[in-house]
Design a protein around this ligand. Structure first.
Ligand code: ADP
Ligand code: MG
Length: 197
């Protein structure tokens, strides 16, 4: 089923976080969400995840199985990297998690505590935790942030392989990522704050 957003918006008190948005994402489509900082990209991801309620509008057609990379890594610092990846899906096997770590260049860090990972490693760990879950919709909020060129390429390749045929919404600032993943680009504009003079 297609995902339909109709007149979807979010306001915090008087602060508009997402301007009214109507958008259809077809089943199996890849959409890149771009736009300046503060235009509501993360807000839209959070609305799709059901973490916050919209101020106006509706979302229909969301599949049951959704997996996400949040804007923050949200790793459990005292658990190993491997355990953190396995938390992505209780049905995930150790073999599947290790395969992902290998693809992302993290195999040697599998037993390392998440708290000791570098920024780039932790970002890739969050991506692995998302991809270990077999979902119908993948929501990825700047999943490659803080990665150097080589690790980013491996991460983009892995994402492309693991989400083949699935619906993907990727938040990014980088047009190359959109091109590499053959995404349709949707640009959000910053909500206008109305001032009472
Ligand atoms: P983006 O991800 O595009 O950078 P966000 O969705 O994080 O933007 O934020 C959009 C706007 O909403 C920003 O102005 C931000 O300050 C505001 N905002 C986001 N979350 C909250 C919140 N919980 N309370 C108040 N304002 C918020
Ligand atoms: Mg954001």
């Amino acid at each position: 089923m297609d995902i339909r957003l109709e007149n979807l918006s979010k306001t915090y008190g008087t602060v508009p976080a997402l301007s009214p948005l109507s958008l259809t994402i077809e089943k199996g489509e890849r959409v890149c969400l771009v736009g300046p900082s503060g235009c509501g990209k993360t807000t839209l991801v959070r609305l799709l995840l059901g973490l916050i309620e919209p101020t106006t509008g509706t979302i229909t057609g969301l599949p049951e199985k959704v997996s996400a990379v949040f804007q923050e890594n949200r790793l459990c610092p005292d658990f190993s990297l491997l355990t953190n990846v396995l938390l992505g899906d209780r049905k995930a096997t150790k073999e599947a998690a290790l395969e992902l770590l290998l693809r992302l260049g993290l195999q040697e860090a599998a037993r390392q505590k998440a708290a000791t990972l570098s920024g780039g490693m932790a970002r890739r760990a969050a991506l692995a935790r998302c991809l270990v879950r077999e979902a119908d919709l993948y929501l990825l909020d700047e999943p490659f942030s803080g990665l150097d060129e080589a690790t980013k390429l491996a991460a983009m390749d892995t994402l492309r392989t693991y989400t083949k045929g699935k619906t993907v919404l990727l938040v990014t600032h980088d047009k190359r990522e959109a091109a590499y993943l053959s995404c349709r680009t949707v640009t959000l504009t910053k909500p206008v704050v109305e001032k009472n003079l």
